[in-house]
Design a protein around this ligand. Structure first.
Ligand SMILES: [Zn+2]
Length: 164
């Protein structure tokens, strides 16, 4: 799976996001105020932006790891300057729209640094354990692995064959 998120990769470097695992999102909170809202089940959250500023809403019924993912997903809509000024994002809907896919891939890139991921997969960690270490939902680890498959496959999933 190819991705086209170089602005996100630049953002990660600019904010030194991958210094620690799990990624510390605290310093990013000042970029956009966050409101925890009563939203319908199945809604992750939303982001709103206009000339004056922006705000991120997160469904307050979400657990810690889902909140972290949603914050990064919504922030990505803002960083990537997606069209429209309001995004409302559903748990099961992200793959239907190019912008939703980009935002979700961006969340995976922000929260799951490649080298620490690769090390854990090489060491045989289960997906749940990887998700626990990065404090993200399991689905985000699966997405991150799919995005990096061309880098991970030869070393992780296809060990060298020995000839007899
Ligand atoms: Zn979205």
């Amino acid at each position: 799976m190819r991705h086209e998120l170089s602005p996100i990769e630049r953002f990660i470097v600019a904010h030194d996001l991958h210094r620690h695992v799990p990624v510390d999102l605290g310093p990013l909170r000042e970029l956009a105020p966050v409101k925890f809202l009563r939203l319908s089940e199945g809604t992750l959250g939303g982001a709103f932006a206009n000339e004056v500023g922006c705000v991120i809403g997160i469904n307050r019924s979400l657990g810690r790891d889902e909140r972290r993912m949603t914050f990064c997903h919504e922030l990505a809509h803002l960083i990537l300057e997606h069209p429209n000024s309001l995004w409302l994002c559903r748990i099961d809907g992200w793959w239907y729209s190019r912008y939703e896919r980009q935002a979700q891939q961006a969340a995976a890139l922000m929260l799951i640094p490649f080298e620490p991921l690769r090390r854990r997969l090489l060491a045989g960690y289960a997906v749940e354990a990887v998700a626990g270490a990065f404090r993200v939902p399991r689905s985000l680890v699966e997405l991150r692995v799919a995005m990096a498959e061309d880098q991970l496959l030869p070393r992780v999933r296809m060990p060298q064959r020995t000839t007899v």
